[in-house]
Design a protein around this ligand. Structure first.
Ligand code: AMP
Length: 416
């Protein structure tokens, strides 16, 4: 089959690698892609958030399957435009993507479906926000209600900082703080059948020991040696199937990738957020361990035949990815610097570009590259990922030094 992949980040590079490897895939076309993706796909230009432009491109390249990487095209209705043309697409409708696009919508669905999550209030003015902050107490959690590319959340002990963030956002969701280690669970679904991938953990804060501001994600690992053995079954039963049923009941079935962000609290798993697409950088580690061909799986979800898909097969061992970020990130980063050491297997491109004059590889975003490696266990995978990172040179860049360390050292404990 011919697969059109939308997006240009590390997630899309990881997807492109696995799609290109699938024996049923004749050609991957990526739009706009990046220099890493160019190694396995033909690149095309498109405004990814323009539904008609994407649909026209899918027709032009005779795509049998379109895989939508980022959230913005989903919320813009790109999947709807493709379905209207009869093209198989992996990604939810604009209405279903509101599970990610609006925190308030997601809370409504969770409440209706009886899904365990933090108590929350939507607030639009200072008095309402202040009352909600005082009801839940510190640490304060204030979330921008709209799409914020993973950066709209402030978790702070500082009540004034919480109020300032709310004032900057306008409409926010203030919620109760959930204490416990976090898990990202990806679920492939056609709206009815649902197949969980391996749970992973990502690292949202910029600095070692979870210090500093939130980012899009600075690294990830899978599997989770500390996770309760029944975690995935419990989340499928208590979260995923009730949520999918509620979306069907509303007449807006969710088909695509349901990303369940969880905290494992003393009272059990609680949903922190839903996303409507693969997470970045967890995708890099989860797909590194997936043995089942990816295009067949996503095509089954896109065509409503997931119930007939064979059970997933996984490689033994573990995977770790470490993000190399540009100077300044997560504030507006320095870009345009020459990178060396990126042309090695396992180096995933996230924010890179080629200089037109000489083809040199340049930094072009906040998260620039991800060193991704597998190994027989987490320690081996971590060491191999850091080996890749040490081989990269980029002036001013930074990365976390402790990705997967707490899991390897047995320092992650579940609240009693
Ligand atoms: P979100 O964009 O909703 O995933 O939030 C980003 C990050 O903020 C999460 O990965 C958590 O680390 C943190 N966070 C969000 N909501 C909560 C909560 N209710 N309790 C504790 N931490 C939270």
């Amino acid at each position: 089959m011919r697969v059109l992949l939308l997006g240009s980040g590390g997630r899309e590079h990881a997807l492109a690698l696995r799609l290109a490897e699938d024996p049923t895939v004749e050609q991957v076309i990526a739009a706009p892609g990046n220099p890493g993706i160019a190694g396995v796909a033909e690149l095309r230009e498109v405004v990814a958030t323009d539904p008609e432009a994407v649909a026209a491109l899918a027709v032009e390249v005779a795509a049998d399957l379109v895989v939508i990487g980022p959230e913005a095209p989903l919320v813009a209705g790109v999947a709807d435009a493709l379905r209207a043309k009869g093209i198989a697409v992996f990604g939810p409708s604009a209405e279903a993507a509101q599970l990610e696009g609006s925190k308030t919508f997601a809370k409504d669905v969770m409440t209706a479906a009886g899904v365990p999550t933090a108590r929350a209030h939507t607030c639009t003015d200072e008095a309402g926000t202040a009352a909600a902050l005082d009801e839940f107490g510190p640490p304060y959690v204030v979330k921008n209600d709209g799409l914020a590319a993973g950066k709209g959340v402030v978790v702070t002990e500082d009540r004034d900082a919480a109020l300032r963030h709310a004032a900057e956002c306008g409409r926010v969701v203030v919620e109760e703080y959930l204490a416990g280690p976090e898990v990202s669970l990806f679920v492939v679904t056609d709206g009815e059948a649902a197949v969980p991938l391996l749970p992973a953990q990502d690292f949202k804060r910029v600095g070692d020991g979870d210090s500093g501001p939130n980012t899009g994600g600075m690294g990830a690992y899978a599997p989770l040696p500390w996770a309760p053995s029944d975690l995935v079954d419990d989340v499928m039963r208590d979260v995923v199937h009730p949520t999918l049923a509620e979306m069907r009941r509303r007449g807006t079935p969710f088909a695509g990738l349901l990303y369940v962000g969880l905290a494992i609290t003393a009272d059990g798993p609680r949903v922190i957020e839903f996303n409507a697409r693969f997470g970045d950088p967890e995708t890099q580690v989860v797909l590194a361990l997936l043995e089942t061909p990816l295009a067949g799986l996503l095509h089954a979800a896109a065509t409503g035949t997931l119930a007939e898909h064979p059970p997933l097969r996984w490689h033994d061992g573990a995977a770790v990815t470490v993000v190399v970020a540009a100077e300044g990130y997560p504030a507006p980063p320095r870009t345009g610097d020459v990178i060396t050491g990126a042309d090695r297997p396992g180096v995933i491109h996230a924010g890179t570009a080629r200089r037109a004059a000489d083809g040199a590889l340049l930094s072009a975003g906040g998260r620039v590259l991800c060193g991704t490696a597998t190994g027989p266990d987490l320690a081996a995978a971590r060491d191999a990922a850091y080996e890749l990172v040490r081989g990269i040179t980029l002036a001013g860049s930074h990365h976390r030094g402790d990705i997967a360390s707490s899991a390897i050292d047995g320092r992650i404990t579940l609240p009693a």
